[in-house]
Design a protein around this ligand. Structure first.
Ligand code: FES
Ligand code: FES
Length: 156
């Protein structure tokens, strides 16, 4: 089946089997391998992308369901080569170790800060609680999101 959507502001038209997940379509049909696959059944959050501005587990959504949607992946966070404030904050505050969970963490945090630019630490923890990290112990991730909130919203 043909499906057309935008990814990171670029129009994409791909031919996929109806059972192909959005995560597989992004990785294999669009060469956007920043969207990671961990559990592949909606538990870990590694595959989180934004679909029409809402965080979605791309392993649980079929690519054909994204017809006409606007998708943001981690590759779309930088702007003209400059890191997004959340990406900078993750670097500055050691919000990642192996980095496997990081794309999903970043997109979940983007959604949080776009809806609540000044979250307290409890709110950050709750918002990020659906994303699993096996490395950091989470403290540094919360630190990074809190620091990024100081620089929000990102510049044009
Ligand atoms: S890979 Fe999608 S939630 Fe784990
Ligand atoms: S940094 Fe390794 S899983 Fe989070």
């Amino acid at each position: 089946m043909n499906v057309t959507f935008t990814v990171n502001d670029e129009s994409v038209r791909i031919d996929v089997e109806p059972r192909r997940t959005l995560a597989d379509a992004l990785r294999d049909n669009c060469d956007l391998t920043g969207t990671h696959l961990g559990c592949e059944h909606g538990v870990c959050g590694a595959c989180t992308v934004l679909v029409d501005g809402e965080p979605v587990r791309a392993c649980l959504m079929f690519a054909v369901q994204a017809e006409g949607c606007a998708i943001t992946t981690v590759e779309g966070l930088q702007h003209d080569g400059a890191l997004h404030p959340l990406q900078e904050a993750f670097v500055d505050h050691h919000g990642l170790q192996c980095g496997f969970c990081t794309p999903g963490m970043l997109l979940t945090a983007v959604h949080l800060l776009e809806h609540n630019p000044s979250p307290d630490r409890r709110t950050i923890r709750e918002a990020m609680s659906g994303n699993i990290c096996r490395c950091t112990g989470y403290q540094s991730i919360v630190d990074a999101v809190e620091a990024a909130a100081q620089r929000y919203p990102p510049g044009p």
